[in-house]
Design a protein around this ligand. Sequence first.
Ligand code: CTP
Ligand code: MG
Length: 335
Amino acid sequence: RMYRRQMMCRRDIDVFNVPFLAIYGSLIPPEEEKLKQKKLVALLEKLVSKEWPTAKLYLYGSCANSFGVSKSDIDVCLAIEEADMEKSKIIMKLADILQSDNLQNVQALTRARVPIVKLMDPVTGISCDICINNLLAVVNTKLLRDYAHIDPRLRQLAFIIKHWAKSRRVNETYHGTLSSYAYVLMCIHFLQMRRPAILPCLQEMETTYSVTVDDIHCAYFDQVEKLSDFGRHNKESIAQLVRGFFHYWAYCHDYANTVISVRTGSIISKREKDWTRRIGNDRHLICIEDPFEISHDLGRVVDKHSIKVLREEFERAAEIMQNDPNPCIKLFEPY
Ligand code: CTP
Ligand code: MG
């Protein structure tokens, strides 16, 4: 009888799978939105090729990595061989070309850290940022998309974590919190570390795809259709994974000594990377290694104040997942 009582009182996290999956479903962009994006890119391609016939446009970021929620802006990269033309000049020229057509609010932001052209398409209402020759972003976009194809739980988890981060305002790099890109890497890493693992480490497997971009050799196994049953031995549900994710970042991660690394599918030491002290503006208070640009810590934007904010939010979320009767509402309560 005692056993039965325990069974009945035990808080069964799995009752929250249905509401979590419903939130996930409501965030997925509808097919018509994807079509509108494609139309806009086709228009841009037409305009760009008039001026630069050999230039190419690539989509990157959330519109192409499969972690984009409905109504996101789109990120476009113009790949162009204009060796003797400064980036800011290309940006001005590009803005000029696009201005002349029926696009709105075309702005050249030449002095931003990453110079871009910003614009809005009045027909579809879609906003778009265009950068120049940022091909590493195009390659890491493919890596993220390939990971998403292996196990559906990655996309579900990442949508929920991104939605939480936006609701709680901890997805603002200009305020010292983390980028969406960093959160997706945290999700991939978390699923690589489950036992049994839910995701493999593609960069440790046989190379089937390789490119060299800006002197960085990017290589990994990209035949992910062959890995579609990789996670079958792990039966954890989405609610368990959301709880586990926050539990890890609230109570288990060793912020002082370790770096999470999707590249190796493991945790590595800060000492090994020489990320133990502040250098310039890089404080390394939470360390997330970029999978290709391995000297790049995606946590470098985090400062003394924002690390506190972040860790308090992880703890709040972990507490809610552990004890709140209504986690699917409480978790996303606006900050
Ligand atoms: N990126 C990068 N290095 C960073 C930040 C971003 O290479 N430090 C690239 C990645 O290719 C990423 C893209 O820029 O996919 C867009 O980054 P971000 O805006 O953080 O992610 P999105 O997936 O576009 O998320 P959101 O839905 O919030 O727009
Ligand atoms: Mg984006």
